[in-house]
Design a binder for this molecule. Structure first.
Ligand code: ADP
Ligand code: MG
Length: 276
């Protein structure tokens, strides 16, 4: 059974969204199957503008697939994903015969460009400097001039603490530095929200904090984020909402205090015992 305790999150007043504005992220009955394997089962999730949702759960529970559905790297088998009230991947209205019409690849690309994603492996272009990595998409996708893209990229590298590493190649940077370049590269597209899939789990332990600090600063700046992580300290400190997934379902969600400190299901209690 599912426990959703978001309703009794008393009005903490920290979010600035208008009461009548649609949620920034809204998953309604999202289901995903690969053949006979049902990886996501009827997932409902709402993230308001400016909120940070931390997604936790055992390996194979569907966390990455959920993120990939949010930014259309995967297409849900059923249900829908809405971003700022706009259904992803489909026309807003069904055809007269009731079928929903898919958007053109070009319009899907436009929707996807509004969502930044950072993966576990910092997949930078190895033959480009940090600066070139960050400039690449603004120049080639957004059509920025090289001068403007360069200026903005330098500012972003500074923001993630790498102002002095702009001319370094990925092979000359530590894992933590590479991941911070990857974050700057995603931010360069001016995303409306950011998705992070275990951004620190490939890092040596001593490099985790520098990446979490960047995430925390982003959150404090008001970025809407969904973060898959096993870093419970980060979840406690930064998350507005912690979401526990198990076997393709969202089993519990609520504040860090509710989910991490007062879990109700045995599954969640067992999971927390394994990571805390
Ligand atoms: P998590 O991120 O929580 O570890 P995933 O979303 O990566 O979980 O995977 C959930 C389940 O879906 C796993 O059993 C995984 O093997 C399966 N899966 C993910 N992607 C695919 C795919 N493209 N084809 C088939 N099975 C997949
Ligand atoms: Mg995963």
């Amino acid at each position: 059974e599912t426990v959703d305790r978001t309703a009794d999150r008393s009005s903490s007043g920290t979010n600035t969204h208008r009461a009548d504005a649609p949620a920034l992220i809204e998953l309604q009955g999202v289901h995903k199957a690969f053949g006979d394997l049902h990886v996501l089962k009827d997932c409902d999730l709402t993230v308001e503008a400016g909120e940070v949702a931390v997604l936790i759960g055992p390996s194979g529970s569907g966390k990455s697939t959920l993120l990939r559905c949010i930014n259309q790297l995967e297409e849900p088998t059923a249900g829908r994903v809405r971003i700022a009230g706009v259904t992803q991947g489909y026309e807003e209205e069904p055809l007269p015969d009731g079928r929903w019409q898919k958007l053109s690849p070009k319009r899907i690309a436009r929707q996807r460009a509004r969502i930044g994603m950072v993966f576990q492996r910092f997949d930078l272009f190895p033959h480009m400097t940090a600066l070139q990595n960050v400039m690449e998409a603004p120049v080639h996708v957004l059509g920025r001039s090289k001068e403007q893209a360069r200026e903005e990229a330098l500012a972003l590298l500074q923001r993630v603490g790498l102002g002095d590493r702009a001319e370094h190649y990925p092979s000359e940077l530590s894992g933590g530095q590479q991941q911070r370049v990857a974050i700057a590269r995603a931010l360069a597209m001016e995303p409306e929200l950011m998705l992070f899939d275990e951004p620190t789990s490939a890092l040596d332990p001593e490099l985790v904090a520098e990446v979490l600090t960047v995430l925390k600063e982003l959150a404090e700046g008001g970025m809407t984020m969904v973060v898959v992580t096993h870093e419970m300290g980060f979840a406690r400190e930064v998350a507005d909402k912690v979401v526990f997934m198990d076997d393709g379902q969202i089993l519990e969600q609520g504040t860090p205090d509710q989910v991490i400190d007062h879990p109700t299901s045995e599954r969640l209690q067992g999971f927390l015992a394994s990571v805390l």
